[in-house]
Write a new protein. Sequence first.
Length: 259
Amino acid sequence: MGVRLGVFPRLHHNFSDAKQGDNFVIMTVLVQRLSLWRPSKIKFEAILFDLDGTLLDTLADIANSMNAVLSELGFATYPTDSYRYFVGDGLEHLVKRTVPRKHLNEKTINNCFEAVREQYGRRWADNTKPYPGIPELLSSLEERNISKVVLSNKPDDFTQLTIKKFLPDYDFKIVRGLRPGDAPKPDPAIALQIADELDIHPHRFVYLGDTNTDMQTACATGMFGVGVLWGFREAEELKAHGAEALVGNPLEVMKFFEK
């Protein structure tokens, strides 16, 4: 039996409730999660964007927020550039990577999580801006009628705020940050849910991101992982975690949507 071109039903970790007739779906999902299978010459119909380090340069505001929390607690702060390696996996991981290890416990983590949310709520728009070329890329994608979505490990409320503030003129079909109960990227569940909601096969998505977390998510979903070189991490990290292509400026992305 050939693999159908529609979206796979409920592509999640647990396949125990699949019907016998869905065995071919299970096998195909397992293969695509290892990034070993994709139809050749596929036409991409959609693009999934990471947010921080991909669409928006948010580093200074995140660094200033976390440093304010660390300073209040009497802990050492970090240069802004160091935060390139602290961010990308959500606020809880940001706290765990910056608070001194000997002080890490559940109470401190929870208190710092709430404190950095409060600090970021004061600072999220101070220095943040779209990367050069991002508005032009988004306009070009809209001219081609390419569906655009955003998936971030940033809390959902801040994800919505930053998109509305800094990219208000563009039609994103779905904007999704991390909500309570969500498994953060690189877990593929939310990305696959987005593909299902749009009724577009995951293989027909370009996934644009700037960290190993993004490339692992792309691999886990079967999306075409493209690493950006203007973001927070280096080419070596992106390639080591499964990037299928790298781009040095936003408009290069359009080559994947050539007619």
